[in-house]
Design a protein around this ligand. Structure first.
Ligand SMILES: Nc1ncnc2c1ncn2[C@@H]1O[C@H](COP(=O)(O)OP(=O)(O)O)[C@@H](O)[C@H]1O
Ligand code: SF4
Ligand SMILES: [Mg+2]
Length: 348
C-alpha cells in the first residue's frame, strides 16, 4: 500500500506533445492484463422531476478496468460517480454508449441478465448496514449469497462462511452476531466478505471507506489491498477523497459535473496531474488532516459547475478560462502513455 502523505501543489508539467484523442477516455491500455470492464462514451441523462428538468449526470465517460488492477474515480458529490456504478449494475438504464463486461455487451441488459452480472461484479457501499437484514445473523448473511447463486450446499456454505471471516480478518465467533452488534468497521468487513464470497472478478467500492474513522479506514484499505492480491480482483474504487483513492489505486480518473477531466497513473498524480480542476482537488488534499476545511473547499467547488455549458463544464470556476472554453467542450487527448486530459490549454 502506498504512502498517504500530502500532495505537492506546485505542479510543473513537462512539455509533452499533444495528441487529440476523441475516444473520450481510456481506450489505450494501461498494461496487457485482460480487460474486465470497459465503458465506451457512456452517458446518463435523468429526465423528469417536478420541474421537468434534465440532469446530465454522466457525459461521454470511457474507462477501462483490467484484471487485478484498481481504478479510482474521484470527484466531489454530484459529479456522477454513483450513477456510473448504477449503470454497470443495471440499477439505472444507460442513456447512450456501451458497457462491456468480460467482453460481453451488458448495456441495459436489465433484470433478466443481472444475475449473471452479479456473479462477476459485486458492490460495496458506504453504509454496510443498508445491505444487511437486521434480523439475520452474520453467518446466515454470508451463506445466503453462496446459496442464492447455487454455488454450494448448506453445509459447504457454513464452512465457507468461517473461511470468509478469516479472509476479512474477523473472528468466526462473530458469525452468530446480528449486524447491530458489530462496529462500523466490522460491518464493512462482513459486507466485503459477502461481496467476495461468490468470487467476482470486479468489486465496485462506492465510498466504501468514507464513513469510517481514519484509523479504521486505513485498516480496511490495507485489507482491500491484501484481498485484491490474493484473489486477483479488479477494483473500481469510487470516492471523493483524492488522498484515499490515490493510496490504493493504479490509475485515477478525475470527474467534474458528469465529465472526465483527467486520467493519470496514481503514482504520477502528485507531480504530473495538470488539469486545472485536478490541481484544485490536489490543493484541497493539503487539508486532509483537517476534514472540516476540506469539506468546505469541495462544497465551494461544487456550487458553480456548469454542466449545461456547451463548452467546458469547469469554465465558471477555472482561473485559466479562455474564450474558446465557454464555446467548445474540450475533447479528451493523450499527453503521455496513461495520461489524458480534457482541457483547451496547450502548454502542458
Ligand atoms: N434518480 C435520479 N433522478 C434524477 N437525478 C439524479 C438521480 N440520481 C442522481 N441524480 C443526479 O445526477 C447527478 C450525479 O449523481 P451521483 O451519480 O449520485 O453523484 P455522486 O455519486 O458523484 O455524488 C447529481 O446531480 C444527482 O442529483
Ligand atoms: S478547458 Fe478551459 S475552462 Fe476548462 S479546464 Fe481547461 S482552461 Fe479551464
Ligand atoms: Mg455517490
Amino acid at each position: 500500500m502506498k504512502d498517504m502523505g500530502n500532495a505537492d501543489n506546485s505542479i510543473v508539467p513537462s512539455n509533452i506533445e499533444n495528441n487529440t484523442d476523441n475516444t473520450g477516455g481510456a481506450e489505450a491500455s494501461v498494461s496487457e492484463d485482460p480487460v474486465i470492464l470497459e465503458l465506451k462514451h457512456v452517458c446518463k441523462t435523468f429526465k423528469g422531476g417536478k420541474k421537468s428538468t434534465e440532469t446530465k449526470a454522466v457525459q461521454d465517460v470511457s474507462l477501462v478496468v483490467r484484471q487485478g488492477k484498481s481504478i479510482g474515480v474521484v470527484g466531489e458529490s454530484g459529479c456522477g460517480k454513483s450513477t456510473i456504478a448504477r449503470m454497470i449494475t443495471q440499477f439505472t438504464p444507460t442513456s447512450s454508449g456501451q458497457i462491456l463486461l468480460d467482453g460481453q455487451d451488458i448495456t441495459n441488459i436489465g433484470p433478466s441478465g443481472a444475475k449473471e452480472i452479479y456473479r462477476k461484479v459485486q458492490m460495496v457501499f458506504q453504509d454496510p448496514y443498508s445491505v444487511f437484514s437486521p434480523r439475520m445473523q452474520v453467518g446466515t448473511f454470508l451463506e445466503e449469497g453462496l446459496l442464492h447463486f447455487g454455488i454450494m450446499s448448506h453445509a459447504e456454505a457454513a464452512k465457507e462462511a468461517v473461511a470468509l471471516m478469516e479472509q476479512v480478518e474477523l473472528s468466526p465467533d462473530l458469525l452468530t452476531r446480528f449486524p447491530h452488534q458489530l462496529s462500523g468497521g466490522q460491518q464493512q468487513r462482513v459486507a466485503i466478505a459477502r461481496a467476495i464470497s461468490i468470487k467476482p472478478k470486479l468489486l465496485i467500492l462506492d465510498e466504501a471507506t468514507s464513513a469510517l474513522d481514519v484509523s479504521v479506514q486505513k485498516q480496511v484499505l490495507k485489507l482491500l489491498v491484501k484481498l485484491q492480491k490474493r484473489n486477483n480482483l479488479s477494483y473500481l474504487f469510487i470516492g471523493h477523497d483524492l488522498a484515499v483513492i490515490r493510496s490504493i489505486t493504479d490509475q485515477v480518473i478525475v470527474m467534474y459535473a458528469g465529465r472526465l477531466m483527467e486520467e493519470i497513473d496514481s503514482e504520477e498524480l502528485d507531480y504530473h496531474a495538470c488539469h486545472p480542476y485536478t490541481q484544485r482537488l490536489l490543493g484541497s488534499v493539503f487539508s486532509i488532516h483537517d476534514r472540516d476545511v476540506k469539506e468546505i473547499e469541495l462544497e465551494y467547488l461544487g456550487m458553480e459547475d456548469d454542466r449545461e455549458s456547451k463548452g467546458c463544464v469547469f469554465c465558471n470556476r477555472c482561473p485559466y478560462a479562455m474564450d474558446i472554453c465557454s464555446k467548445e467542450a474540450p475533447v479528451m487527448r493523450t499527453l503521455h502513455d496513461n495520461h489524458r486530459i480534457a482541457c483547451h490549454l496547450k502548454d502542458f
